[in-house]
Design a protein around this ligand. Structure first.
Ligand SMILES: *Cc1c(COP(=O)(O)O)cnc(C)c1O
Length: 347
């Protein structure tokens, strides 16, 4: 099977796992006056994350969901109005900040522009007509096909938020894919946000964890919240070691994932039944078969019978994610199978 359900299915390889054995471990939850835990490997990963994103400091979280949640809670009291797009992971998958039974934040939704990122005119209107406490952005944008926020727009959005006196949180679960696609350093993207979350457990191939980066003041608040949420870990260096290895060795190969997604998209040129929703900028490809009258769930099922596992992300669309473990030959085989399906759908 060609497993394109998500880049979270990547497994740590032997070289990555070996780094755990020589890592210096301790209790990351015992935090000293200088706000450092006792796990040296976790501290090292946090320092690397801060340096890569150009922020003062970073904190290691068990998941991206918890890191996003802590970031939002550190900026906003419950019931605050928060700007998100309606397809944003924070709103659609994580939810807890907006749940009636939990933090009751009020989502104020902006439209995504076709070129990626918010519709700026609408964003400005929403900032003027609501008492917004935080702007949340997502780069790359997962459910709309891994598209990037153009750097110039990111800057404009950052400036607009600053003018309105509100902070910006960037969900950069796939920050490094955005940087690779645009040929910029990650810190050039992060510059326009106050806090940034990125995952090591997705395309970077580490098993567990996410980093939240920002100012000392803000990250220290999130470390307190992390504790309340049960996210304080102990010998987290076991996971952090894999993250260090990932940041040192896996960034160079992200272009392969983008190229594989693009290869499959190009192969579908001329298909009449299966369509590419947006030409992939990064490692995510969205397809649909509306012209064959298939729903996303039906398309997903059919794909499975052709040996491809994807995920339905809307009424009609299926997401295929390319990642470590999917090689060029797998992408070529996926393209062949999609054509086989296309021919069947024409009959
Ligand atoms: C996966 C993902 C997250 C959350 O990460 P978890 O570690 O699965 O909680 C957040 N945002 C986006 C865009 C993601 O794709």
């Amino acid at each position: 099977m060609i497993d394109l359900i998500s880049d979270t299915v990547t497994l740590p390889d032997e070289e990555m796992l070996k780094t755990i054995l020589s890592s210096s471990l301790g209790d990351a939850g015992r935090i000293s006056a200088d706000r450092r835990g006792e796990d040296e490997t976790t501290n090292r990963l946090e320092d690397m994350a801060a340096s890569i994103t150009g922020k003062e400091t970073a904190a290691f979280f068990p998941s991206g969901t918890m890191a996003n949640t802590a970031a939002i809670l550190a900026f906003c009291p419950p019931e605050s109005e928060i700007l998100v797009d309606e397809n944003q992971h924070i709103l659609r998958s994580e939810k807890i900040c907006f749940e009636e039974a939990y933090f009751r934040m009020k989502p104020v939704c902006y439209r995504l522009a076709p070129e990626g990122g918010p519709d700026m005119e609408q964003l400005e209107n929403l900032l003027n007509s609501h008492k917004i406490r935080l702007l949340c952005l997502e780069d790359t944008h997962n459910f709309s096909g891994g598209i990037c926020i153009p750097l110039e727009k990111l800057q404009d959005a950052g400036e607009m938020a600053k003018k309105s006196g509100i902070p910006v949180h960037l969900d950069g679960a796939r920050l490094f894919h955005a940087a690779e696609a645009q040929g910029v350093a990650p810190r050039e993207i992060c510059e326009h946000a106050d806090t940034v979350m990125f995952c090591i457990s997705k395309g970077l191939g580490a098993p567990i964890g996410s980093l939240l980066c920002g100012s000392r003041e803000q990250i220290w608040k999130t470390v307190e919240i992390r504790k309340l949420l049960g996210g304080t870990m102990r010998q987290s260096g076991v996971a952090a070691a894999c993250g260090i290895y990932a940041l040192e060795h896996q960034l160079q190969r992200l272009s392969e994932d983008r190229e594989n997604a693009q290869l499959v998209a190009r192969a579908l040129d001329g298909a009449k039944k299966i369509s590419v929703s947006v030409y992939p900028q990064t490692n995510i490809l969205l397809i649909h078969a509306e012209k064959a009258g298939l729903t996303g769930a039906e398309l997903c099922k059919r794909l499975l019978s052709h040996g491809i596992r994807g995920m339905a992300v809307s009424e009609t669309e299926v997401r295929l994610v390319f990642h470590k473990g999917i090689e060029r030959k797998d992408a070529e085989r996926a393209a062949e199978e999609l054509w086989r399906m296309e021919i069947q759908l024409r009959e």
